[in-house]
Design a protein around this ligand. Structure first.
Ligand SMILES: Cc1cc2nc3c(=O)[nH]c(=O)nc-3n(C[C@H](O)[C@H](O)[C@H](O)COP(=O)(O)OP(=O)(O)OC[C@H]3O[C@@H](n4cnc5c(N)ncnc54)[C@H](O)[C@@H]3O)c2cc1C
Length: 556
């Protein structure tokens, strides 16, 4: 924890030096001693310290300074650091003014110049003041702070990114906490920059305005470029399948990199509770599973970069991967583990309100914000059931909208049972979203009831959509063979009427999880015919490494 600050202000350089020296020799072990030669400079400094979340214990100002005297400086400074103890340094002639200031201007003490010896005329009184300050001081939050508004899609995107990458941060909703004195001070210290939300404040005093995840990724030390130009194994996608492949590959000596565009964990990382993964009888959250897998992969030396793959080409035995920022790197074996992404719901208003009350997927960061509200979950599969159970912990009421007559045909029985036993959750059958309404954020949902043919318009502030998913594999078009929905074909799927795929020149068939390009493998949800489960993704990622070893043993 950073030491609290003692700040003295005096336009007389000799006096300033002397007071700093005496403060440092007595309090230097527990406090940082700073000085400023002008009250204006000191006010600027205090604003900077506020943005860095530093604590200020004492403000000690000379009374006679040009432009702004000590009393007025301390009154100004009190607006920024109301808890700091305030003291004046005065000459004998100013004693009356100083006594007046104690009574009228909330100044705690005044010291006479010169204060020699300090053991008599300075330290005992300061000990009292600092003791008082310590007793009532609550240390301020020292990590990353994000200022934004709940209904801003950009704020949502940023918070989701930080949460899923396990970067701790403090969220300050500037609308909800507008009357909070600390928030007011922060916004005041930011000045005109406060309009450029979301603002991210870092403990080193730097800030990002209108921040986007890629800027924050760099700042918090998430790598966005590979460390070298070549790897034995490159994995695109850091979901369960990609992470498992990385752990097996790296533990067996392959120099391995994962490229992940959002956050390691993939879809599984959004799951509030995975109950059917072997070895965790009480279940575990997807976030927890992802965190453990990342630590395990890194222990074996896997490099993980925050970036998006946008193209691939072949040069002899090399597979060259292009990233969205235009950079490239190469590998011998490439694994595509890019999973699937949520299908879009096609209803008027949805696109406009996405991130402002309408969310695809779990919205882990949103669950707490829904306290006391009514939440709508759209979809009838396990992911919708898990999300409903999670929201029920905070929300007043959760409606699950399903097209069919019940959940039983689409959701695992254990979840159907949990939903039934949770009074806050109500399943709304034969229901689909016809339209969503709201100016700046979701306010109402029109629900089409297919049994009656009527549309019901209900108030709503949050709606979470879980209506199935599709792969995003256009960046592989023309290189890797895909089915008509974009899933990647592998192994036996590529052999048609006993013929190997077009352009295949090797003397063997494609391996089980290999695509039509030798050395490019596909695992997990992105693969045609895959079972969409954590365990099967993990299994495929692990098994594929065996084929990669066989492939690499023949690569020149
Ligand atoms: C809410 C929810 C709950 C679930 N609950 C369960 C459960 O309880 N039990 C269970 O077995 N299964 C569950 N599933 C399904 C399970 O999570 C998936 O089957 C599994 O995550 C698939 O793993 P994957 O690695 O193949 O793909 P994903 O998990 O989809 O990961 C793919 C990753 O690739 C990244 N990516 C995509 N394109 C690119 C690119 N071009 N460049 C870089 N990165 C890219 C994505 O950002 C993503 O992180 C759940 C799914 C969801 C959404």
């Amino acid at each position: 924890m950073a030491k609290p600050i003692l700040l003295s202000v005096d336009d007389d350089a000799d006096v300033l030096r002397a007071i700093e020296r005496d403060l440092r020799s007595q309090y230097g072990a527990d406090y940082r001693v700073l000085g400023s030669g002008s009250p204006e400079g000191a006010l600027d400094l205090l604003k900077q310290l506020k943005l860095r979340s530093d604590s200020v214990a004492l403000l000690l100002a000379d009374q006679r300074m040009p432009r702004l005297d000590g009393v007025h400086f301390l009154q100004e400074a009190m607006r920024i650091y109301p808890e700091a103890k305030r003291a004046l340094l005065t000459a004998y002639a100013d004693t009356t003014a100083a006594i007046g200031a104690i009574n009228e201007a909330s100044i705690h003490y005044f010291f006479m110049k010169p204060w020699d010896p300090p053991t008599e005329h300075l330290y005992p009184q300061l000990d009292d003041l600092l003791g008082d300050w310590q007793a009532s001081h609550r240390p301020s939050y020292e990590g990353i702070r994000v200022l934004g508004t709940r209904w801003s899609p950009r704020s949502y995107e940023l918070r989701d990114f930080l949460a899923r990458n396990h970067v701790p941060y403090q969220w300050i909703d500037v609308e909800i906490s507008a009357s909070d004195p600390e928030t007011k001070l922060l916004l005041e210290s930011l000045g005109p920059d406060a309009a450029s939300l979301p603002v991210v404040l870092f403990p080193d005093g730097t800030k990002l305005l209108e921040s986007v995840p890629s800027q924050v990724a760099q700042k918090v030390g998430l790598r966005t470029r590979t460390q070298t130009n070549f790897y034995d194994l490159a994995i695109i996608g850091g979901g369960p399948a990609g992470l498992a492949a990385a752990v097996y590959g790296a533990s067996e000596g392959l120099h391995t990199v994962i490229v992940e565009r959002e956050a390691p964990g993939g879809q599984a990382g959004m799951s509030s509770r995975i109950e059917n993964y072997l070895g965790f009888p009480a279940g575990l959250s997807g976030g927890d599973l992802a965190r453990r897998a990342v630590v395990q992969a890194q222990r074996f030396g896997v490099e993980i970069i925050a970036a998006e793959a946008s193209g691939v080409r072949m040069e002899g035995p090399y597979r060259i991967i292009k990233l969205v920022d235009g950079s490239e790197f190469s590998c011998h074996a490439l694994m595509i583990a890019t999973g699937v992404q949520w299908r879009r719901l096609d209803a008027p208003g949805i696109d406009r309100l996405q991130g402002a009350g309408v969310y695809y997927g779990g919205g882990a960061t949103e669950a707490i914000s829904c306290a006391g509200e009514t939440v709508y979950v759209v979809g009838g599969a396990n992911s919708a059931g898990q999300a409903a159970m999670n929201f029920a912990k905070y929300a007043e009421k959760v409606f699950i909208l399903v097209r069919g007559s019940s959940l039983s045909s689409t959701m695992s029985q254990y979840l159907v049972d949990q939903v039934k036993e949770t009074p806050k959750i109500q399943v709304w059958a034969h229901a689909s979203v016809a339209e969503v309404h709201g100016q700046t954020h979701l306010e109402e949902v029109s629900v089409l009831c297919s049994d009656s043919g009527k549309i019901e318009r209900v108030p709503a502030s949050s709606m979470f959509i879980f209506i199935g998913a599709l792969p995003q594999t256009d960046w592989l078009a023309g290189v890797v063979e895909r089915d008509d929905r974009g899933f990647l074909l592998t192994g036996p799927d590529l052999i048609v009427n006993g013929e190997r795929p077009k352009g295949w020149t090797l003397e063997r068939d494609p391996y089980l999880l290999e695509t039509n390009v030798p050395g490019i493998f596909a695992v997990g949800d992105v693969r045609h015919g895959s079972v969409k489960r954590v365990a099967s993704g993990v299994g495929e990622g692990s098994v594929a490494v065996q084929f990669i070893h066989q492939y690499l043993s023949k690569v020149q």
